[in-house]
Write a protein that binds this ligand. Structure first.
Ligand SMILES: CC(C)(COP(=O)(O)OP(=O)(O)OC[C@H]1O[C@@H](n2cnc3c(N)ncnc32)[C@H](O)[C@@H]1OP(=O)(O)O)[C@@H](O)C(=O)NCCC(=O)NCCS
Length: 191
């Protein structure tokens, strides 16, 4: 996701810090439906604005999630944690409204919105498919109530299923900027 100006997907930009959005913190929880999930922490998730203290842990988890989520994008595999830190500090924090999902003391995901663009959405692997992406998307809708847009890789089946479930439709097919040239897809949602 991300793009106009950067490697489409997980690299983006713009707008004052999330805390200025002033959206109230909200909490939700979802019970494990499958007994095999009983050992998984199912305590409530809270969504709050990004704070500077989150930076080290958050960027490390986001970077690792990107690495395991897009193994087919060779260019991305060359990105180091330092690259990710520099990108997040220079491109995401100053430009986007950034929201964090937390479970207890643990960061479990983030969304970065440069209205109407979702620049980053990441739920860390062990917390996926438990409603956290949906909660983060709801926060994006609060930030940009009329419209949301994003890029994702065409091969990102999980994300495409996720967005389509939430009413996004395909606007265009293209490719992420050089040097990646990974086929991508632009999605849009309108209220
Ligand atoms: C895409 C992503 C944000 C979804 O977040 P999530 O917390 O797992 O999603 P939710 O639990 O809120 O929603 C689950 C829905 O998403 C879709 N989905 C999520 N994972 C899926 C998978 N592995 N296979 C098929 N559909 C999937 C389904 O529609 C699912 O609904 P269902 O469980 O009723 O079938 C998350 O998988 C993620 O961060 N992936 C890695 C990074 C990434 O691809 N980010 C998006 C970049 S554009």
């Amino acid at each position: 996701m991300q793009r106009p100006q950067e490697a489409a997907h997980e690299l983006p930009t713009i707008m004052p810090l999330a805390s200025s959005i002033g959206s109230p913190r909200f909490i939700f929880g979802r019970r494990a439906a499958d007994p095999r999930e009983a050992a998984v922490d199912d305590s409530p998730i809270s969504i709050r604005a990004y704070a500077d203290r989150d930076f080290d842990d958050l960027v490390a988890r986001w970077h690792e999630t990107n690495r395991v989520s897009y193994p087919y994008v060779e260019e991305r595999l060359g990105h180091t944690l330092e690259d990710a830190r520099a990108f997040f500090r220079a491109q995401i924090v100053p430009a986007c409204s950034v929201w964090i999902a937390e479970r207890g003391e643990n960061l479990v995901g983030l969304i970065a919105v440069e209205s109407p663009w979702i620049r980053q959405l990441s739920v860390f692997p062990e917390h996926q498919r438990r409603g956290i992406g949906t909660a983060l998307l709801q926060k994006a809708r609060e930030c940009s109530p009329a419209e949301l847009r994003l890029f994702t890789f065409r091969r990102n089946d999980k994300a495409r299923a996720f967005y389509e479930k939430h009413g996004f439709y395909v606007v265009a097919l293209g490719a992420s900027p050089a040097p990646e040239f990974e086929p991508d897809v632009e999605y849009r949602w309108v209220a």
